[in-house]
Design a binder for this molecule. Structure first.
Ligand code: S3P
Length: 169
């Protein structure tokens, strides 16, 4: 089995979906932001604040190289900008979780920890800017994806089932 890499915009549910797929399929899951935070011993928010976005993108690229050479048969959820690392297809099968911006935002706001979820994302501090970033990335996500899953009207269990079915895990 190849690694499976979940990509998609901030707040679309990559981490939650990965955990549900992992639960259904017994395949282990890891998350690039979590790995970067452990590696740097610093939150993503703090990395952005102290070193800036460009520095974070370099960390993502280093993480992508490490994944390429060291990780196998694993489900990998990623930060919303990770798809740009350059070697993503060498890591595994790329699955896009696709949803319109308004639905992503609506779902984020409904979450019991909505404020916390928004606060920890440096690129989601201004909704208009986040929406514009979404617009810029939308086509790029689709271009790079091997598999596209429309998650806008699906619950976690159904999304996970579809991923298992379409990736053959
Ligand atoms: C980012 C998304 C974040 C995190 C960082 C940058 C982005 O992850 O990697 O704040 O560029 O879209 P989530 O997609 O989990 O919010």
């Amino acid at each position: 089995m190849n690694n499976i890499i979940l990509i998609g915009f901030m707040g679309v549910g990559k981490g939650s979906v990965a955990r549900e797929v992992s639960r259904q399929s017994k395949i282990m899951c890891i998350d690039t932001d979590d790995l970067i935070e452990s590696w740097q011993n610093m939150s993503i928010k703090k990395i952005f604040a102290m070193h800036g976005e460009e520095y974070f993108r370099v960390l993502e690229k280093n993480m992508a190289k490490w994944l390429e050479y060291n990780v196998k048969k694993t489900l990998i959820s990623t930060g919303g900008g990770f798809f740009k690392v350059g070697n993503i297809h060498k890591i595994g099968t790329v699955v896009l979780l696709d949803s319109p911006f308004d639905k992503i935002y609506e779902r984020l706001l409904k979450h019991e920890n909505a404020e916390k979820k928004l606060k920890k994302r440096p690129l989601f501090q201004d909704v208009a800017k986040a929406k514009s970033l979404y617009k810029d990335r939308k086509k790029e996500y689709r271009k790079i994806a091997d598999i596209i899953i429309d998650v806008s009207d699906k619950d976690l269990a159904d999304t996970a089932k579809e991923i298992c079915k379409r990736t053959g895990i």
